[in-house]
Design a protein around this ligand. Structure first.
Ligand SMILES: [Fe+2]
Length: 175
């Protein structure tokens, strides 16, 4: 479940929270995992799953980069704009349902990729002789997976759900 405080938080502060996460993924988590893959692969005796896992991670990384940019440049501004206008406005993309639908399809794809990575890594079970680098890599991948699921849930079940409900609501009658 999304954090309780988000249930009642205004859209602006939810978006600020999501943007902080985007910044953290770009500046810290993705580069760190990428670096850990480089280090783990250069060490002897690593499990064979590491190569396909790394390929899957880099595909996800590239996709998420585009996804975050689309949210920042298209969807978040559209949600804030729709919220500040008294009546549903005709935007270049029509209803807010269109960009939300696109982003939700991307979430679905990301969930499938994360699941695929979990399968490749055999549920992130460490081999008996796993070294510290591999332990850290698997820990970071699992933390990223959990953070991405929470991020998508917060968007889908609170931010997007609210924007869709607001659009469906009839415009308020002028006094
Ligand atoms: Fe998202």
């Amino acid at each position: 479940m999304p954090n309780m405080e988000h249930q009642t938080a205004p859209a602006e502060s939810i978006i600020q929270h999501l943007l902080r996460e985007h910044r953290r993924w770009r500046s810290k988590d993705f580069p760190l995992i990428s670096h850990l893959f480089d280090e783990a692969q250069s060490a002897a005796g690593q499990p064979p799953c590491l190569t396909p896992l790394r390929t899957a991670f880099h595909r996800l990384y590239a996709e998420i980069e585009g996804h975050m940019t689309r949210e920042e440049q298209v969807l978040f501004p559209a949600i804030l704009e729709a919220q500040s206008e008294p009546q549903p406005a005709e935007k270049g993309f029509g209803s807010i349902r269109n960009p939300i639908g696109m982003i939700e399809r991307e979430h679905h794809w990301e969930t499938e990729r994360l699941e695929k990575m979990r399968q490749i890594a055999r549920d992130y079970r460490l081999p008996e002789k796993a070294d510290e680098r591999l332990r850290l890599l698997f820990r970071e991948l699992e933390a990223l997976e959990a953070a991405m699921h929470a991020h998508s849930r917060l968007e889908s079940s609170i931010l997007f759900a609210r924007a869709l409900t607001a659009e469906k609501a009839p415009p308020k009658q002028a006094a």
